[in-house]
Design a protein around this ligand. Structure first.
Ligand code: 13P
Ligand code: SF4
Length: 337
């Protein structure tokens, strides 16, 4: 019988060989090389705990643009590190594993976007930050889940909009703004699409007192609105939130229990923010294999060997920068620390 060794097995073996003071080594190397470590809310708990800042896509982009350090170590997926490089082209941007991709970013190629634009002349292109640098270079304004509604609301109401690539976030924007001149690309994140209305309805029925925090990329976002609309769950207990907004809400919440529909890494940051609340994942299997490619061993190696460095060619970065800078200037501050 042959045994297949997976990248996860190799990562576990590497982590098992780490010295117990790996976190101190990471912090001290970061200080020596004038580096700031950023971690997305979906990172493994150990990575979140060693990072200087943890947050959602918008907060981390803003920190990347404003931080004084010469090097940014991005513990997240590749499009996030690319966005940091676009905003801070003179800085060194490292990601502990450049192969950490995103199924949602893969669902809209630059060729597809060019074709879509050609079919819809005059439309303003709004792209989710979960896209490649090449797609951002063909975009008018980028957005994240925490400011997508504000970004589209900033476009005159009679101007048609092309929104991509996430169909569930696009549907959320259309629903909130009540605007029918928004065409939405049919892309999705495999993790969030897998959190469906059935899972949500079953969990909500089992925990009738719980609040619901739903990420707008989820397949169950429409079901959540339906549950609220039909009175199955009190409307005030259903919140559609970016990951950073979930943390902000948890800090202010008086709820005893919250059902969380997003990637399971989120639960760690929520429990830290509000230790008195019982947070439960709507789908415990909703884990992003790309986010989990960033391990303590790879983070340490990234600092020791200055890898993997992220590059965006100058022309693409120059064309994408306006759309990304517009994104970080729209929407409420906060959503990260
Ligand atoms: P936010 O952290 O902006 O809510 O985005 C979630 C996400 O899917 C990142 O990959
Ligand atoms: Fe991409 Fe989904 Fe993973 Fe976020 S959770 S990085 S959208 S694949």
């Amino acid at each position: 019988m042959t045994t297949t060794i997976t990248p996860t097995d190799i990562a576990r073996t590497e982590d098992a060989g780490l010295s117990p003071d790996w976190a101190e080594q990471v912090r001290s190397l970061a200080e020596q090389m004038d580096a700031v470590i950023l971690a997305h809310n979906y990172q493994q708990p150990e990575i979140q705990d060693v990072a200087h800042h943890v947050g959602d896509s918008l907060a981390l982009s803003r920190i990347a643009a404003a931080s004084p350090e010469q090097t940014i170590v991005f513990c997240g997926v590749h499009f996030m590190a690319e966005t940091a490089k676009i905003l801070a082209p003179h800085k060194t941007v490292l990601i502990p594993d450049a192969a950490a991709g995103c199924s949602l970013a893969d669902s809209l190629t630059v060729e597809q976007l060019r074709g879509w634009k050609a079919e819809n002349p005059g439309a303003v292109v709004v792209s989710y930050v979960n896209t490649t640098a090449a797609v951002k270079a063909e975009t008018d304004i980028c957005c994240t889940s925490s400011n997508a509604v504000d970004v589209v609301a900033s476009i005159p109401a009679d101007t048609p909009v092309l929104f991509g690539p996430d169909q569930f976030l696009g549907a959320h924007v259309r629903r909130v703004l009540g605007r029918d001149n928004i065409k939405v690309w049919g892309g999705e994140c495999h993790v969030h699409a897998g959190i469906n209305g059935r899972d949500l309805a079953a969990k909500a029925a089992g925990s009738p007192e719980a609040d619901l925090y739903i990420h707008p990329e989820c397949g169950c976002a429409t079901s959540a609105i339906y549950l609220a609309g039909t009175g199955v769950v009190e409307a005030s207990r259903v919140q559609i939130l970016s990951t950073g907004e979930m943390v902000d809400h948890a800090r202010r919440s008086k709820a005893k229990q919250v059902l969380v529909a997003t990637e399971i890494g989120m639960i760690h940051q929520l429990r830290k923010a509000a230790p008195g609340i019982d947070f439960q994942a709507v789908n415990e299997r909703a884990s992003c294999k790309y986010m989990k490619m960033i391990t303590p061993a790879k983070l340490l190696r990234s600092l020791q060997e200055k890898r993997d460095e992220v590059f965006v060619d100058v022309e693409t970065a120059d064309r994408a920068r306006g759309a990304v800078e517009a994104m970080i200037s729209i929407g409420a501050p906060g959503s990260g620390e």
